[in-house]
Ligand binder design. Structure first.
Ligand code: PEP
Length: 256
């Protein structure tokens, strides 16, 4: 298998440190020894340390939901890559549509974060995706291309295989509306073709492209068996161990 499936849970602004510990313990108990799927959980910053201790020694990895591009300095309220590394985070979600929409993050700013994450041995999960108006206006591929090229500017051929791309149609996030398998596969294949143009086919074949947007145990098997869908970035369904574990089971089955 060229690309191991990856299931990443984005807990967003949910769960106190103690609630996070409970959920992390349940996940580790159920899938901590899982080896055929890569598993990442991304709790809020305030839970990273406690969750990091719980996942330590298991196959569940720790991710953050955001970071600032600078290594330190006068950026009140922000968190830097070395701080995440010191808590043993391995991944960081960058450019999530909620960051773009509510916090005005641009491709240029997200690009700085991507480069900083890679410099600090953090694997970026770079999110791209169109709004409903953009899809209905026929500009999905153009929007995705701009976000992808902008976010990856300056990322080298050696670095690209450490990057995970998440295609998340904004209209499908938290809405219960899921992209059809054809809609998702079309954009995933397009992203891989762009990566091939930028980095060559061999590198493009190694990059994981996750789908995100109301992925649930019921729709996951069909999405996860598409040729270019290498896993999921999961919001709502990652907040309960049972549904998150079911998604990992679906990813495992889709890998066979
Ligand atoms: C997300 O926030 O990345 C996401 C995909 O959320 P949901 O699964 O709730 O749509």
């Amino acid at each position: 298998m060229l690309r191991k499936k990856l299931i990443a849970g984005n807990w967003k602004m949910n769960k106190t440190a103690s609630e996070s510990s409970t959920l992390a313990q349940e996940i580790v108990a159920a899938v901590g020894k899982q080896t055929d799927v890569e598993i990442v959980i991304c709790p809020p910053f305030t839970s990273l340390e406690s969750v990091g201790k719980i996942v330590d020694g298991s196959n569940v990895k720790l991710g953050a939901q955001n970071m600032h591009p600078e290594a330190n300095g006068a950026y009140t309220g922000e968190i830097a890559a070395p701080m995440l590394r010191s808590l043993f985070a391995t991944h960081v979600i960058l450019g999530h549509s909620e960051r773009r929409t509510y916090f005005g993050e641009t491709d240029a700013f997200i690009n700085k974060k991507t480069l900083a994450a890679l410099k600090n041995q953090l694997r970026p999960i770079l999110c791209v995706g169109e709004t409903l108006a953009e899809r209905e206006g026929g500009s999905t591929l153009k929007v995705v291309q701009t976000q992808l090229e902008g976010g990856l500017e300056g990322v080298s051929k050696d670095q690209i295989t450490s990057v995970v791309i998440a295609y998340e149609p904004v209209w499908a996030i938290g809405t219960g509306k899921v992209a059809t398998t054809e809609q998702a596969q079309e954009v995933h294949a397009f992203i891989r073709s762009l990566l091939a143009k930028m980095y060559g086919d061999a590198a493009a074949q190694k990059v994981r492209i996750l789908y995100g947007g109301s992925m649930k145990p019921a729709n996951a098997p069909e999405l996860l068996t598409q040729k270019d869908i290498d896993g999921g970035l999961i919001g709502g369904a990652s907040l309960e161990a049972r549904s998150f574990v079911e998604l990992i089971t679906a990813a495992s089955a889709a890998s066979k």
